[in-house]
Design a binder for this molecule. Structure first.
Ligand SMILES: C[S@@+](CC[C@H](N)C(=O)[O-])C[C@H]1O[C@@H](n2cnc3c(N)ncnc32)[C@H](O)[C@@H]1O
Length: 321
């Protein structure tokens, strides 16, 4: 009886996430001031259907994303983190999983049968090609990645001493949360952000130098350290080796690589769901530290050390031989 009940609840578990994601998509949380707002007022001003909006609000109240007192709606600890102006916002991180990712997941069966990314079958191109041709999707994806990066890498400058480096380049650094952290904590280091042109054109210039290009063609030289964070896990071994080869060409002798990835042998977390996500999106997977080390050894790098960054991620530090 208990198991049946558990099963029936599980089948519709995603509805909870979908209500929160819809609220973010509608900018609902951004329209609720600290002092609260009358439900019908927000409903009228945002042009919602009152009956269905009430269902949404009730579900958000039930899941502690809103509080409702005498018809006045208030944000909660959770929904404050989903407002866009919050410096710690996770609004786009929340939205990320209900857009193209969800479309791909709905075709997981295709990926299981063929071993190919469902994403490519649905959208007619690979994930990064799709983003390059769809500026709005690209911006939303990178805002989401930046929110994760800002949070996941917040301690990086305490964990790694970058001061021995003159110039550090973040290859595939997106909108630059990680390299900005390094610059803020080490203002004397020249910091460079490198990504595809479609990404770099959205980055507001500051004290980080930006360079655009394709890491399969070339990685810019002139730096004595390269950061590769959440890059290699997007690619199969053949493509990963090409990126690592181009990093090798770009570095001087003894130059360093800081590889940041979820090394599955360095944590107790189960990565099977993430592996399915990588499979439906881009035909890749999370690796063990030995698998990463073997890829880097093959391209002329030696492991110097490994350091745990957070619950999921490990930093593998390599030197060019
Ligand atoms: C999963 S995101 C990781 C972003 C960031 N490094 C982080 O840790 O959050 C992968 C990054 O690789 C970049 N990228 C994908 N293909 C690329 C290419 N061919 N050349 C340069 N950058 C690329 C993407 O634009 C994106 O910023």
């Amino acid at each position: 009886m208990k198991i049946k009940q558990e099963l029936k609840s599980m089948f519709t578990e995603h509805w909870k996430y979908m209500t929160v994601s819809a609220a973010c998509k509608l900018n609902l949380f951004d329209n609720i001031p600290d002092i609260g707002i009358n439900q019908s007022r927000v409903c009228d001003s945002m042009n919602f259907n009152p009956e269905v909006f009430d269902f949404l609000v009730s579900s958000l109240v039930d899941n502690e994303f809103l509080k409702r007192n005498n018809g006045i709606l208030f944000l909660t600890e959770k929904s404050i983190l989903l407002t866009e102006d919050n410096p710690e916002t996770l609004k786009f991180a929340c939205l990320n999983w209900s857009s193209e990712h969800l479309d791909a997941w709905q075709n997981l069966d295709y990926t299981i049968k063929t071993g190919k990314p469902a994403f490519d079958m649905i959208f007619g191109s690979s994930f990064f090609e799709h983003l390059n041709n769809n500026p709005e999707d690209l911006n939303k994806y990178h805002l989401a990645m930046n929110e994760y990066a800002r949070d996941d890498y917040k301690n990086i400058s305490e964990i790694i001493d970058f001061t021995k480096h003159k110039t550090v380049i973040d290859v595939g650094g997106g909108y630059g949360a990680l390299i900005s952290n390094i610059k803020t904590n080490n203002p004397q280091i020249n910091c460079i952000l490198f990504d595809l042109p479609q990404v770099i054109k959205n980055v507001v210039p500051g004290d980080i130098k930006t360079l655009s290009g394709d890491f399969f063609n070339n990685v810019p030289n002139g730096s004595d350290a390269i950061i590769l964070s959440r890059i290699i896990h997007d690619w199969d071994d053949e493509n990963a080796l090409k990126i690592i080869h181009n990093c090798h060409r770009a570095l001087p002798e003894n130059g360093s690589i800081y590889l940041i990835e979820n090394c599955i042998d360095k944590t107790d977390v189960d990565f099977s769901l993430l592996n399915l996500n990588m499979s439906v999106m881009c035909n890749s997977f999370e690796r063990t530290s030995s698998q990463y080390i073997s890829l880097f050894n093959r391209q002329g790098f030696a492991l110097i050390s490994d350091i745990k960054l957070n619950q999921l991620q490990t930093i593998l530090i390599f030197n060019k031989l």
